[in-house]
Ligand binder design. Structure first.
Ligand code: AMP
Ligand code: MN
Ligand code: MN
Ligand code: MN
Length: 278
């Protein structure tokens, strides 16, 4: 059985490793087909593609787009995209646009609670300043001893109802799916079990996504519990959606699940990569 990992992040967004180091780690971990899916940014794809080719590793260009749907942040993965497509490139640039301003507001809130210097500190940790994100803030708060781990930061800060949270309007679902399709890619709902949506809302998201031409859903992901693998396998089967598998790896000490180390997809699903193997 092929080891397929279609969700991972490099330092071009909020991962720790370079695209080339990720390719090497995927290969070393026995991955057969690997996708780089940085948040809102495809600037790492050229390096990833070259490194994967040198390692004889099958590479799928990807991206994970931040959207706002029914007032909640949701992530849509685009797979097998043409990274030279201008509609996609311009769309992603527009999504990245507001991140630095949001970062300043997040830091202002933390400063008001006596935690100073977070904007500058987080920015230093972002290799790509346009992609300044909550993970960089979290790493800085760990470095400075405010919290012990990144997970602890996300329990106490930066999330709705806690200091350092700033509501943000990302792309729309329509935009994300249309950019991915314009670039010849396949749209997949990332880690559907992670959103604060009840079953009705989740069903509505899936219906809306499919009406727009979305095709897949992540079933086995580093962001799901084993129970959720089964839950979303059932949803994929009953809705006829393609199923994806991806670690969502961000870094060696940070991510619970390493590249290529998830269990296989449950039985009876059509993998999102089913027609990419020739
Ligand atoms: P942003 O796009 O800047 O709002 O940051 C979102 C990123 O924060 C996600 O892609 C994750 O990498 C990280 N993140 C969000 N929630 C958590 C959490 N509970 N634990 C660890 N990382 C998280
Ligand atoms: Mn992330
Ligand atoms: Mn995500
Ligand atoms: Mn991700």
């Amino acid at each position: 059985m092929l080891n397929v990992d279609l969700h991972s992040h490099s330092h071009v967004s909020d991962g720790v490793l370079s695209p080339a180091d990720l390719a090497a780690r995927a290969k070393a971990n026995g991955v057969d087909i690997w996708a780089l899916t940085d948040h809102d940014e495809i600037g790492g794809i050229a390096e990833a593609r070259k490194a994967a080719a040198e390692l004889d590793l099958r590479f799928i260009p990807g991206v994970e787009i931040s959207i706002t749907w029914a007032g909640k942040t949701v992530h849509i993965v685009g797979l097998n995209i043409d990274d030279s497509n201008t509609t996609l490139c311009e769309g992603l640039a527009s999504v990245r646009g507001g991140r630095v301003r949001r970062g300043r507001e997040m830091a202002d809130q933390l400063e008001a609670r006596g935690i100073a210097g977070v904007f500058e500190g987080a920015l230093k940790l972002a290799d790509n300043p346009e992609m300044l994100g909550r993970t960089h803030f979290a790493r800085y708060l760990v470095q400075t001893g405010v919290c012990a781990t990144v997970a602890e930061v996300f329990q106490n800060y930066l999330v709705e109802g806690k200091p350092g949270f700033v509501a943000h309007r990302w792309a729309t679902l329509e935009q994300a799916v249309s950019w991915i399709r314009a670039a010849g890619g396949r749209a997949v709902i990332a880690h559907p079990g992670r959103y604060p949506l009840d079953a009705m809302q989740l069903g509505a998201l899936i219906d809306h996504f499919r009406e727009l031409g979305g095709e897949g859903i992540e079933v086995t992901t580093g962001s799901h519990t084993p129970d959720q693998y089964d839950q979303f396998a059932r949803i994929a089967r009953s809705s006829g959606m393609l199923a994806s598998r991806g670690s969502d790896f961000h870094g060696p000490k940070e991510s619970r699940v390493d590249l290529g180390s998830l269990p296989p997809l449950p039985a009876g699903l059509t993998p999102v990569w089913h027609d990419w193997l020739s």
